[in-house]
Design a protein around this ligand. Structure first.
Ligand SMILES: [Zn+2]
Length: 268
């Protein structure tokens, strides 16, 4: 099975490096879905060795229910989206692995004040997977050769390093500026289609900026350690929100009470 994956990858590589007539490089996703899932499974095993997974089954179920609702409306349907809660109240972060495994830290759950805000973060992570950002980001960072070795299981220590250094708490500028913009726009659409109030993304971003300023501003939260700058992202989200009629938005509940019951009370 692994040999087949590598062969598939090499076939795709043969088409890499193409340019459009305008001289723009064509965005090539060099990981097939099967390879992406395989890499994601390996990274997920590493992450779950390194992090403390929450044992609160009700909390996991709640998060999974929101994830399923959002996953159904995502533009990519050839992967399974799953969310796992990491028990770490000091880390305000969430991340997606290639192939659809996603993680949320309890520190992030505590910062959210309603379900729409949490769903907004989750939709953003789903959007990265949905828009195939991992194939692009991983190729850029590690190159074809290393990715091939990782897929063959030839570099277990590098895989462990990637798990802790790139994802989890160390995520630094993994996605491009365009990736982040696209993920924000897609996320807002997924939220809306899934029946969540898209305003949650804006209020969450405002909260994170306040949190970041409280922490001194010089050390961005892991979820922020990417460009574009957060103020710019906030302004963009506010612009995107205007696509959705305000009267309609106001009729959708933010599910504040439900969030308090299902999450905040449990994390005290
Ligand atoms: Zn992102």
């Amino acid at each position: 099975m692994r040999k087949v994956s590598v062969l598939l990858m090499l076939c795709v590589l043969a088409t890499a490096g193409c340019m459009t007539l305008e001289g723009q490089p064509i965005q090539i996703n060099i990981l097939s879905t099967q390879q992406e899932v395989e890499l994601g499974n390996q990274l997920s095993t590493e992450i779950e060795k390194q992090e403390k997974i929450s044992t609160d089954a009700a909390l996991q179920a709640y998060v999974s229910e929101i994830g399923a609702r959002l996953g159904t409306v995502a533009t990519r349907q050839d992967v399974q989206y799953s969310f796992t809660v990491i028990d770490n109240p000091d880390t305000v972060n969430a991340f997606a692995l290639p192939g659809g495994h996603m993680y949320l830290y309890t520190g992030l759950l505590k910062v959210c004040e309603n379900e729409a805000e949490l769903a907004g973060v989750m939709a953003h992570e789903i959007a990265h997977v949905s828009a195939h950002h991992h194939g692009e980001a991983m190729t850029k960072q590690y190159g074809y050769e290393l990715l091939t070795q990782l897929l063959l299981g030839e570099q277990p220590s590098t895989l462990a390093k990637i798990a802790s250094g790139v994802f989890g708490q160390g995520m630094m500028s993994y996605y491009s500026r365009d990736n982040e913009r696209e993920a924000d726009a897609l996320a807002m659409e997924f939220l809306y289609r899934a029946g969540y109030r898209p305003d949650g993304m804006v209020s969450f971003m405002q909260k994170l900026i306040a949190e970041e300023q409280r922490a001194g501003g010089g050390h961005p939260l892991p979820i922020f350690s990417s460009h574009p700058p957060t103020q710019e992202r906030l302004a963009r989200l506010q612009g995107l929100l205007q696509k959705y009629p305000e009267i309609e938005r106001q009729q959708i509940s933010l599910n504040e009470e439900r969030y308090r019951e299902k999450v905040l009370k449990r994390l005290k």
